[in-house]
Design a protein around this ligand. Structure first.
Ligand SMILES: N[C@@H](Cc1c[nH]cn1)C(=O)NCC(=O)O
Length: 456
């Protein structure tokens, strides 16, 4: 009897996993909205007359406020000061608000010739909305990590984090798979409208979580990672940035993710124009890495836990990326099966590197600096997520147009993707170099990256 009354809400398996699924739903909706416009690039070009440069500007806008107004850093501070419930609700509201602004831009002003600050009004407004969404999505990402740390403290924490990431990948894969068929059957804006509705659902589900979390807090003050040790402090910032491991992990993170997320945003068009994949399934191919990562990340995570070799695995993942992008760059290979196999290999690399990288951060930094380290790494990662899509879009627009085609009365450009794929290959080569330096630093500073996490 006594034992039952002492039991906290998160001691009950059903309760903590329910809490996880509730917040994971919010993140799944966020990943869906993050990726939903990417497969529609050609339709945006045909119907709203967006150029590749404008599409790249819009795609990079996700990270604009995070980078230039340091929103990820402020988000970390707000999280520490006001807690997970307030910050989670705030980020969900930002995601909904940003998405509504993006939706209004393409429905109300889509295709307009009106200009604002030197950009077409619809492009500017959609980018502004996506930028606000990006702040919400990134801050929600850190908040959910902290929620899992609190609710799964001393329990199945790694598994819970893996399940949350896997569910987020479902959101991405669904977005890539459904965007074009839905847009063709209904309207160009319908996939985004579905995203806005999903996000409202995500907001409601996060609200439900706040009730559960309040109940947990009333039961006991749990000594979790939300304690003083985890609070953002400028002393910790100095300690983190003085660690050579930080710069190598942050560089590897920005280079690696710059070859994956921004590449995926352009991959649907690459599949159609270079490999003659039907438009209806091209998005599904582009989303394959997310689908692969859904299953493989927990598998590789378990392997690394048992056998270690995280630094070598990051090198292997970076090497696989080079091969994938280099083969995509070869101008005379047009077989669709090659494109699919490369996407599957990319999916394996996309599972290998994150499952080795994120636990490595926890080995390089003491627990009290982890929150700061993750926030700063995400901040640097966002510089790539902002700059690379803008660069690729501008390169496509200025150097890669090979002709035009008219489909259903809409004119779209044809592109040669050789140069963009060479750029991605170059970034992947740099990521291998950094992974090699990280392995050397591991030997020099004894981070223990090659050691197993589980003690035998
Ligand atoms: N900071 C996020 C960036 C992101 C991009 N798309 C969705 N989120 C991140 O790195 N997440 C880790 C991941 O592997 O999804």
């Amino acid at each position: 009897m006594n034992q039952t009354s002492n039991q906290k809400l998160n001691d009950k398996t059903w309760a903590r996993w329910s809490a996880l699924f509730v917040v994971a739903f919010t993140m799944m909706a966020a990943y869906y909205v993050n990726d939903i416009m990417a497969p529609l690039k050609s339709m945006l070009e045909g119907e709203l007359h967006w150029t590749s440069g404008e599409f790249g500007f819009f795609t990079g806008a996700y990270s604009f406020l995070n980078v230039f107004l340091l929103m990820l850093i402020w988000g970390g501070l707000i999280l520490d000061k006001f807690g997970i419930r307030f910050t989670g609700m705030l980020s969900a509201i930002l995601m909904v608000g940003g998405t509504i602004c993006e939706y209004a831009a393409i429905t109300r002003f889509g295709g307009t010739e009106e200009m604002l600050f030197g950009y077409k009004l619809d492009v500017f407004m959609a980018s502004a909305g996506y930028s606000v969404f990006g702040v919400g999505a990134e801050v929600a990402g850190i908040t959910v990590t902290k929620i899992i740390a609190k609710w799964f403290h001393g329990k199945e924490m790694a598994l819970a984090m893996g399940v949350q990431v896997a569910l987020a990948r479902v959101g991405s894969q669904v977005a890539y798979a459904v965007a074009i068929p839905v847009a063709k059957n209904w309207h160009l804006d319908t996939p985004l409208l579905i995203g806005a509705i999903l996000l409202v659902g995500g907001l409601v589900s996060f609200l439900c979580f706040t009730f559960m979390d309040r109940k947990l807090d009333r039961q006991v003050t749990i000594d979790t990672s939300c304690g003083d040790d985890e609070k953002f402090s400028f002393k910790d910032v100095v300690a983190v940035v003085s660690n050579p491991g930080f710069w190598l992990i942050a560089l590897l993170c920005v280079l690696f993710y710059s070859c994956v997320f921004p590449f995926q945003k352009f991959a649907t068009e690459l599949m159609v124009t270079k490999y003659n994949v039907s438009e209806d399934i091209a998005g599904t191919f582009a989303g394959l890495p997310a689908l692969g990562a859904l299953f493989l990340t927990p598998v590789f995570g378990g392997m690394i836990d048992r056998r270690g070799k995280a630094a070598s695995i990051m090198m292997l993942g970076a090497f696989m990326l080079i091969c994938v992008h280099a083969i995509y760059a070869i101008p005379f290979i047009h077989a669709s099966w090659v494109a699919i196999i490369l996407m599957i290999i990319l999916g394996i690399a996309f599972s290998l590197v994150p499952s080795a990288m994120w636990p490595s951060v926890a080995k390089i930094f003491p627990v009290k600096q982890l929150g700061t380290a993750y926030a700063l790494i995400f901040f640097i990662q966002n510089i790539g997520l902002w700059g690379i899509p803008a660069l690729i879009g501008s390169v496509l627009e200025n150097y890669c147009i090979t002709g035009q085609e008219v489909v259903n009365g809409k004119t779209t450009n044809l592109y040669d993707y050789t140069l963009p794929m060479c750029i991605f290959t170059g970034i992947a080569i740099l990521s291998l170099l950094v992974a090699f330096l990280l392995k050397s630093a591991d030997k020099q500073y004894g981070y223990g990256l090659e050691k197993a996490n589980l003690k035998k």
